[in-house]
Write a protein that binds this ligand. Structure first.
Ligand SMILES: [Zn+2]
Length: 318
């Protein structure tokens, strides 16, 4: 067991031992909605988490968020990015009768691309530093390291000053020659009856580091893509990396979205701004004890506060 795991497990035991878990459930969670945020958990880990969760709360679909509670805590299961591994989770969702929401990067899916931070060009780079760069600068630096593909081609005309966005084609990505990291279009179509697919942009840029036109293209384009892919309305959005501001909310409203999930920690009820839905970010490899500790929101709250997010549970922004 490494030092970080040991620290987490010790903290988890402390939280369980002190009765904080029950107190949070009673006074903070109440009958409000905890939106849990996963990325790419293993089936066995998710199975253990859902077995526990179904005992202590009602698991509801994201669409039921605005409905009144029945006096019990509620949870929504969301997974970000549309990782290829999500397809193996279907039996777990079926077993627990959970309809999750998977927030897809539609461009990554449609072009059989790699999520940019998992692309070979990003290997060995400081991903957190790249996130903070203006979007074009991030793409330029990745391009220098061999990043090609649809995302770059979408922005390239703007990089060259033409201003006109060209729709990238699947052939663009074929030339890229990189293994895809997301679900395939076929898998999405197979899963759509049991999974709610919604938008996480096309290529997962940090929206607050994008020019207006890039931001608008990512928000409106992904909605159009996902409705075409699934044949169902796409009205929910999750901000990549949890970065958002007033401009992003304005563009989402204009594009016809109804809600947007942040990475800010907390629970949701009638009073929550639908474009600032709070979440509880769960580590994909969490032991059951660490999962239960994370459900209190305390580890995330402390991490955000330590990194400059303040004391209101806001994920630090840039
Ligand atoms: Zn993401």
């Amino acid at each position: 067991m490494n030092a970080r795991t040991l620290l987490r497990e010790s903290f988890a035991r402390l939280v369980l031992w002190t009765g904080v878990v029950a107190a949070v459930r009673k006074f903070l969670w109440r009958d409000r909605v905890a939106i849990l945020l996963y990325h790419n958990p293993s089936p066995s880990t998710l199975d253990a988490h859902l077995s526990y969760l179904t005992r202590i709360c009602d698991i509801v679909p994201l669409d039921a968020l605005s409905q009144p509670g029945r006096g019990r805590p509620r949870a929504v299961i969301t997974l970000d990015d549309g990782h290829a591994g999500n397809a193996a989770l279907l039996p777990v969702f079926d077993k627990h009768r959970v309809r999750p929401t998977i927030f897809l990067c539609s461009g990554v899916i449609e072009h059989r691309a790699a999520h940019w931070w998992m692309h070979p060009a990003a290997a060995g780079t400081d991903i957190e530093r790249l996130k903070r760069l203006p979007n074009r600068e991030r793409l330029a630096q990745l391009h220098e390291r061999g990043y090609q593909g649809a995302e770059l081609r979408q922005v390239l005309p703007m990089l060259l000053g033409g201003g006109q966005l060209r729709e990238p084609t699947i052939a663009d990505e074929g030339r890229n020659g990189t293994a895809p990291t997301g679900l395939s279009v076929r898998q999405v179509k197979q899963m759509r009856a049991r999974v709610d697919f919604q938008s996480h942009t096309r290529f997962h840029p940090i929206l607050t580091r994008c020019e207006d036109a890039e931001c608008e293209q990512e928000i409106t384009g992904s909605r159009r893509d996902i409705e075409r892919l699934t044949g169902r309305p796409c009205v929910h959005f999750a901000y990549p990396n949890g970065n958002y501001g007033e401009r992003e909310i304005r563009l989402l409203r204009a594009a016809g979205y109804r809600t947007a999930r942040t990475c800010d920690v907390g629970w949701n009820d009638d009073a929550t701004d639908p474009f600032r839905l709070r979440a509880i970010d769960i580590h994909d490899d969490s032991s059951l004890a660490w999962f239960i500790a994370q459900l209190t929101g305390i580890p995330l709250f402390l991490r955000y506060a330590r990194h400059g997010g303040g004391w209101r549970g806001r994920k630090p922004q840039f």
